[in-house]
Design a protein around this ligand. Structure first.
Ligand code: ADP
Length: 382
């Protein structure tokens, strides 16, 4: 008497399901099996797998990646002889279900990082003036944390000098799923930038209210998922965006980047001083371009010395809490070259002193407890 279920094929089916669960949607960073993206899967008697994948939108830019990843995962299953992947597109009901799954019931439309239960550490990276390395520091800190396995996002809010996509080698545009925007991912970091919404290299001539609205839209419409850390790359100075950040993300901590130059520290002090008006915390000071290491091992202090420490102590006096100097990053041609090539130095040349200094700063940020302020801990009286 033959068994109604062929045990081999049942085991094969299970292995195929397990393999599919390892296929991660490149934008949503979740298994396609959890996202309702597997329309159907079947295994024929000769081990041929037919898979139908539902894309969020027609012409999804990452369809080739999904097809390749699914093909690779399934081909590795013993007993699978061939893989056919058919691509379909979600209908509105399926997209609505996906959005609800991602955003929660009713498709929440607030800023998720402000929710009481949010554990995301938000760092607003500020500087007094341009060119001190604020964006380079932002991307390297983000990549260093992502490389440690943390879930990280960047909002490039430097409207006048958006440079994060270039520094991360991102050319892909965000994907729009109705009113939800899926940010491109590079080195495990989800990135959204004003630069992705303007054509060519046009300047953004937006005034305060429009900037506020753009930032608000980034924070509400962009699906970042559950993040451990979110970095905002602010425009230099003490402009409207800094005030908007304080209003939209009150628990964002400010990270001030400066050079060792006394004059630069003076200007940076004004950027940091915003915190006293907005009541935000200052996470610390990062001194960049601190020195150039000479072939004989000596250090040439091109921009003077001490600016970071002076700034940290002045800010501490101003806000009345400790403000640490988190690190001093030397000048390094490879840091600039990595930025030009879209490969941050912490990933491309991790053994350089500049990369080590950046990784050290990232380590201090990661070691800080995730925000529990306002979080309901579910403690019950006995
Ligand atoms: P900002 O965001 O403050 O305008 P950027 O991060 O764009 O500054 O840096 C300005 C320029 O300086 C870039 O070309 C960058 O590669 C370079 N740069 C920044 N930090 C360093 C460093 N430590 N060593 C060498 N070049 C650096």
């Amino acid at each position: 008497m033959s068994s109604p279920v062929d045990p081999t094929s049942e085991a094969l089916n299970e292995a195929v399901q397990a393999a599919l669960a390892t296929v991660i949607d490149p934008e949503l960073r979740k298994p396609i099996t959890e996202l309702g993206m597997v329309d159907s899967v079947s295994v024929s008697a000769d081990g041929r797998v037919s898979l139908a994948v539902l894309l969020t939108i027609a012409g999804c830019p990452l369809k080739d990646t999904i097809t390749a990843d699914a093909g690779k995962a399934l081909s590795a299953v013993p007993g699978v002889t061939a893989v056919d992947v058919e691509l379909k597109v979600m209908d509105q009901a399926q997209r609505d279900a996906l959005k609800e799954q991602l955003r929660g019931p009713g498709g929440q439309r607030g800023i998720p990082f402000n929710e009481a239960g949010s554990l995301t550490k938000v760092f607003a990276v500020a500087s007094g003036k341009g060119g001190v390395g604020k964006s380079s520091v932002t991307v390297n800190l983000a990549c260093a944390l992502a490389a440690q396995g943390l879930r990280v996002g960047i909002v490039d809010a430097d409207v006048y000098g958006f440079s994060v996509p270039g520094l991360m080698g991102i050319t892909q545009a965000p994907t729009r799923v109705d009113d939800m925007i899926l940010p491109p991912v590079a080195y495990g970091v989800k990135v959204i930038s004003i630069g992705m919404f303007v054509t060519g290299n046009q300047p953004v001539a937006w005034r305060g209210p429009m900037l506020h609205r753009a930032l608000e839209q980034f924070l509400t419409d962009v699906y970042f998922g559950d993040l451990d850390a979110l970095f905002l790359d602010l425009p230099p100075g003490t402009g409207d965006i800094a005030i908007s950040v304080a209003q939209l993300l009150p628990k964002a901590e400010i990270l001030v980047v400066t050079t060792p130059q006394a004059a630069a520290a003076d200007v940076a002090e004004r950027a940091g001083a915003i915190a006293t008006q907005t009541g935000q915390k200052i996470a610390g000071v990062v001194e960049n371009m601190s020195y150039l290491e000479m072939p004989d091992g000596g250090r040439m202090e091109l921009f003077g010395s001490g600016g970071g420490a002076v700034l940290a102590s002045r800010l501490a006096g101003m806000v009345g809490t400790d403000v640490p100097l988190l690190g001093q990053i030397p000048l390094d041609i490879q840091l600039r070259e990595g930025g030009d090539a879209g490969v941050p130095i912490v990933l491309g040349q991790p053994a350089t002193p500049a990369a080590e200094a950046l990784a050290g700063i990232a380590g201090q940020l990661a070691a800080r407890p995730r925000g529990l302020a306002g979080m309901h801990l579910g403690v019950q009286p006995r």
